[in-house]
Design a protein around this ligand. Structure first.
Ligand SMILES: Nc1ncnc2c1ncn2[C@@H]1O[C@H](COP(=O)(O)OP(=O)(O)OP(=O)(O)O)[C@@H](O)[C@H]1O
Ligand SMILES: [Mg+2]
Length: 336
């Protein structure tokens, strides 16, 4: 019996879970036309454990940012459920969300517009502390200096006095990360946090995010176009297409053994890591993503899919488990 106990591995707790989430934007397409909906997130389910990073990967406009913002209750879903530590918060009122707001944070793509140019770094980092009722100035100063140390902006007193325009892109993103993490959040959404940075600092910022995620055991959603950076930061990846997750599983396996035709096309579009092949023509995923006001029937990828059969245009595939922990929504996943 004891030996059996020894073998039981305890999975870290689920921090964030969503069930069948739908976020649609109402739009008027003409003066006398009824309201239509952009189905930006359309039936998405997943969970993220403590200390785990989940990558959300897909082309522009597939709903990644909308999904991230909905899980943070910045956008209201039209249906589905959001749980934080297994407590449902989908429709909680703002005054009930105080703890949720303190324990969650977002890191944005653009370090140039996400920091208030009129505030120095000290004031930028002080803002969330004041909002969350940390009244003693000495306590705030200690937290601010500690946060600057964590993101390696040393000497901290010097950086605390600087204004955003005095910093490089990489340094600004470090300040944005310090601001997001200063209250020790348990769930963080990072929306393309390195895509606007110079290639030379990208790796440093990814390294820092990975280190902080591990040190503080943060449940992390990493939104990106780029499977290569997802591989570095995230053990698990979800591939999103036209508002839906079409494949989700261990990142390594998704890259080495993609099962959905869309994932295969994304991987073929990756730049070649072999330097002698650097000038090889980079492929793009052929065709255009669908209009989310009126997505195609059946599988949404079927109009672009080289393997599509009648069933793909008629019925919508569900995510089904293939190898353990690897789910794919494709009728032809075992054939192709
Ligand atoms: N406030 C809004 N009102 C109407 N449509 C919106 C709104 N916000 C986003 N959309 C639409 O929802 C869809 C998904 O947008 P979203 O920004 O979530 O995509 P994304 O995957 O983050 O794209 P990108 O990679 O370019 O950042 C797009 O068609 C977009 O035009
Ligand atoms: Mg986006």
């Amino acid at each position: 019996m004891l030996a059996l106990w020894g073998r039981v591995s305890v999975e870290p707790a689920i921090v964030l879970r969503v069930e069948n989430l739908r976020t649609w934007f109402p739009v008027k397409t003409g003066l006398f036309k009824p309201v239509s909906y952009v189905k930006a997130v359309d039936g998405v389910s997943f969970s993220i454990h403590r200390g785990e990073a989940l990558a959300i990967v897909g082309e522009s406009g597939c709903g990644k940012t909308t999904l991230g913002r909905t899980t943070l209750r910045v956008l209201e879903p039209i249906s589905g459920k959001i749980y934080f530590h297994e407590k449902e918060i989908t429709h909680s009122r703002e005054e009930e969300l105080k703890e949720f707001r303190r324990k969650t944070a977002m890191i944005f793509q653009d370090p140039y517009s996400s920091l208030n140019p009129a505030f120095n770094v000290y004031r930028i980092l002080e803002e969330p502390l004041i909002i969350n009722g940390i009244r003693k100035k000495e306590e705030r100063t200690e937290l601010i200096y500690k946060a600057l140390e964590e993101v390696k902006l040393n000497p901290v007193e010097l950086f605390a006095s600087k204004y955003p325009h005095m910093l490089s892109g990489g340094q600004r993103q470090r300040v944005a990360i310090a601001r997001a993490l200063i209250l020790k959040p348990e769930y963080v959404v990072a929306d393309e946090p390195v895509s606007m940075l110079d290639a030379s600092v990208r790796a440093e910022i990814l390294y820092l995010l990975n280190e902080l995620k591990n040190r503080h055991q943060i449940a992390f959603m990493y939104i990106t176009h780029d499977l290569a950076t997802a591989k570095y930061l995230c053990k698990r990846t979800a591939i999103m297409y036209a508002g839906k997750i079409v494949e989700v599983g261990p990142t390594k396996e998704i890259i080495s053994n993609p099962r959905h035709p869309y994932t295969k096309a994304l991987i073929e579009a990756l730049p070649d890591p072999d330097p002698s092949n650097r000038f090889r023509r980079i492929k793009v995923v052929p065709g255009e993503p669908p209009n989310l006001l009126n997505p195609p029937p059946g599988c949404r990828f079927s109009p672009r899919c080289p393997y599509a059969k009648d069933i793909c245009r008629e019925r919508e595939p569900e995510l089904e488990e293939g190898p353990p922990g690897h789910y794919t929504a494709c009728f032809l996943k075992d054939e192709i």
